[in-house]
Design a protein around this ligand. Structure first.
Ligand code: S3P
Length: 170
């Protein structure tokens, strides 16, 4: 089976849905942020602080490249990984890209306690989230094969919607 790449803003539910898909399909789950943290032996915040964002983005590209010879993966992608053309192309070539969306209010409620989201450092509020989300929206929508709104739905329903898509069927 082709890989499923879950994309979308921080707090859209990518990690939770990847775990639920893993439970349902038995595919292998890849949590990009976690993989990078393990490989670097550092938290995402520390990587940003020590080496800067472009370095982190390079690590995302490297990881996506390393996944291209695998199938059946359920990849929870970092929220910014798809902004780079090469990354989006790697995802497209190897699977189905599923965009998860949620309102800025929902996102804020989910991420407000997070200390490991450097992109939101010092800007943890609904208005900032709304603005950044607006900036990224066109990009997310352009690369996605499928888009799923998650507000008010449980993980079970969202997974059923994903697996009903022809490009995601298992
Ligand atoms: C980022 C999202 C984060 C993480 C990093 C940058 C972004 O991943 O990769 O903090 O630019 O949107 P999650 O979407 O899993 O929080």
């Amino acid at each position: 089976m082709r890989n499923i790449y879950l994309i979308g803003f921080m707090g859209a539910g990518k990690s939770m849905i990847a775990r639920e898909l893993e439970r349902k399909t038995g595919g292998e789950r890849v949590e990009m942020d976690e993989r990078i943290e393990t490989e670097q032996g550092m938290a995402i915040t520390e990587i940003f602080e020590k080496y800067g964002e472009p370095y982190f983005r390079d690590l995302e590209t490297e990881l996506l490249r390393a996944l291209t010879d695998k199938t059946d993966l359920l990849v929870s992608c970092g929220g910014g990984s798809v902004l780079r053309d090469e990354n989006a192309a790697l995802m497209k070539e190897n699977g189905c890209i599923v965009l998860l969306t949620a309102t800025p209010e929902t996102i804020y409620a989910r991420v407000k306690e997070s200390k490991n989201r450097p992109v939101l450092n010092g800007n943890m509020n609904v208005e900032y989230i709304r603005g950044l989300m607006e900036k990224r929206r066109a990009r997310y929508e352009a690369v996605a094969d499928v888009s799923i709104a998650t507000d008010g739905k449980n993980a079970e329903d969202i997974c059923a919607e994903i697996l009903a898509q022809p490009c995601c069927g298992r």
